[in-house]
Design a protein around this ligand. Structure first.
Ligand code: MUC
Ligand code: MG
Length: 387
């Protein structure tokens, strides 16, 4: 109808949350003891709202966006461009921001998730529904062993198998020598045997020569997959490793949106894509990365930036719509944190994560937790009001 009222984007609020991890998470480039998330709340003219998250790993050690930079890009450039615009036109918002803001994929993701969440809530449907409908109600979920100690990792793996929470393990390697890393992986694979799938993530730490030694050793140890063994820009090296060994090679840092997905596919520089919503630039761009992998016959894996329950819920909405995820997912982010920020946490059992039910992304915030963990005014408020 020509005079039907249009719901507008009224306000975009951002805040940084710092949440401790349950143990040190030792990666090749950083050891995490806290995860920092940028939370976005978009308020709309009809009184509805939407929530989103933009998260990276290890400050600026993983990728080109920091939590502080994500918040600043949203506050300074993305929010002013979107306020006053049609809230229901997601494509319009995505195209406008892509024109005005280069890169900054995680910042774009945080706002885009909040827009999808708001649209779903207004229409009374889930975000999976907006992406064509869910074909899964649960997905296999890996756990990352990254305590930095083989004995601790073996005990952790055994416990996860015993409680039927995870039987896929991703080991973070690349910090020690290749020889020590291969020995570490072999010990863990020997300990879990056929009860679990063992994979590794090198987070770009190896040269091509190190990767040749590494892949041979990992393969012999029964490791099934190696994620991003060499730097993201080493496409030819990734292609050599992909064709040269039986162990599956997965691209992660090399995949920043659909253009990279196409280039990696053309170069045959991976067997599997770790598709991360944040790295792709949002749910829509991640769905395009998925489509490229599907068209090329590549394997798919749902990747994480170790988001809280909020970003994890959003990713689950999208991956619930993906037909085949041969390598499962790693949507365990909330489990690595001492506390989740959702009113109702995402549930994990029988080696799977459940797709959250409900409208939008299927998640609501716990206001007390937000007040406690927010960097600007947190902790003191709760310390006074709480215990
Ligand atoms: C990465 O590089 O994949 C995902 C799981 C995990 O433990 O770290 C991340 C980042
Ligand atoms: Mg990775």
């Amino acid at each position: 109808m020509w005079n039907s009222p249009v719901t507008k984007i009224d306000q975009i609020e951002t805040m940084i949350l710092d949440i401790p991890t349950i143990r040190g998470h030792v990666l090749s480039m950083a050891t995490m003891r806290t995860q920092t998330a940028v939370l976005v709340i978009v308020r709309f003219s009809d009184g509805s709202d939407g929530i989103g998250e933009g998260t990276t790993i290890g400050g600026l050690s993983y990728g080109p966006e920091s939590p502080e930079g994500i918040k600043s890009a949203i506050d300074t450039y993305i929010a002013p461009a979107l306020v006053g615009r049609d809230a229901d036109n997601l494509n319009g918002a995505i195209q406008l921001i892509d024109k005005l803001v280069k890169g900054n994929r995680i910042a774009k993701t945080a706002v885009e998730i909040a827009l999808w969440d708001g649209l779903g809530k207004r229409l009374g449907v889930s975000v999976a529904h907006l992406f064509g409908g869910a074909v899964h109600d649960k997905l296999p979920v890996a756990w990352t062993l990254a305590s930095g100690n083989s004995e601790t990792d073996i005990a952790e793996a055994q416990q996860m198998i015993d409680i039927r929470r995870h039987n896929i393990f991703k080991l973070k390697i690349g910090k020690r020598s290749v020889r020590d890393d291969v020995a570490h992986v072999a010990r863990i694979k020997q300990a879990v045997g056929d009860a679990a799938s063992v994979r590794v993530d090198v987070n770009t730490a190896w040269s091509l020569q190190e990767a040749r030694w590494g892949l041979k050793g990992l393969q012999d140890a029964g490791c099934e997959l190696v994620e991003q063994p060499v730097p993201a820009r080493y496409r030819r090296a990734m292609a050599e490793l992909t064709s040269g060994y039986e162990i599956a090679v997965m691209a992660d840092e090399a995949l920043n949106g659909p253009e990279d997905a196409l280039a990696v596919t053309k170069a045959r520089a991976a067997d599997v894509f770790a598709v991360k919503v944040a790295q792709s630039g949002g749910l829509k761009r991640a769905s395009e990365v998925v489509a490229i992998a599907e068209a090329a016959g590549l394997g798919l894996y749902g990747g994480t930036m170790l988001e809280t329950g909020l970003g994890t819920a959003a990713a689950l909405q999208l991956f619930a719509t993906v037909e085949t995820l041969d390598w499962g997912t790693e949507f365990f982010g909330p489990l690595l944190l001492t506390e989740d920020i959702l009113a109702e946490p995402i549930t994990y059992h029988d080696f799977c994560v459940q797709i959250p039910k409900g409208v939008g992304i299927g998640a609501a915030l716990d206001p007390d937790k937000i007040a406690f963990f927010r960097r600007d005014t947190g902790r003191t408020i709760t310390a006074v009001a709480g215990e």
